[in-house]
Write a protein that binds this ligand. Sequence first.
Ligand code: IMP
Length: 182
Amino acid sequence: MSGNEVTLHDKTFSVFINAEEIKVLTQKVAAQIESDLAGECPIFIGVLNGAVFFVTDLLRELKMDCELGFIGVSSYDGMKSKGKVTLNLPLEGGISGRTVVLVEDIVDSGLTLQFLLENMDEAKPKALKTAALLYKPDAFKGNYKVDYIGKEIPNDFVVGYGLDYNGIGRNLKDIYKLKQTT
Ligand code: IMP
């Protein structure tokens, strides 16, 4: 096995996006947000657990005033999206009249963000925006547009930088993709 590969449970993954590129993508998303939301003090809400590294790195790239919160949902089971989203934690503090940016590690089917957008809209925010480091356009089934995207990727299963395979792999600094077996 080379240093560019990692084995998690029964699967082998190879490096796909390294830490340097993740930083560049994060800076790109930060620049999009700064230009689009200039003069605002948005509340960034990281979707747990996957977005934990991306949202904290993203905020450290931002030169604007902002607040940080987290919300918990679960929709993945192993390597397949269950298509059903459960809200695990109530969001503390109000979002009424505020500009909110929901931050995901990756948008796959898009059902997690769709569920959050529909539920949080009831709290009457001034604006509800979405940001994701990675976006899988071929898997997307949502009825909304992701506002700020780091990188579009093919419909492959990826791990690392917050993304897990059955609970492990989140602590990897690079992002790896499932190695195709021939
Ligand atoms: P969606 O609701 O299908 O868009 O999935 C959103 C969540 O599923 C993400 O926040 C991740 O936690 C998880 N997810 C989606 N694609 C992957 C992947 O390729 N690897 C690991 N987790 C993923």
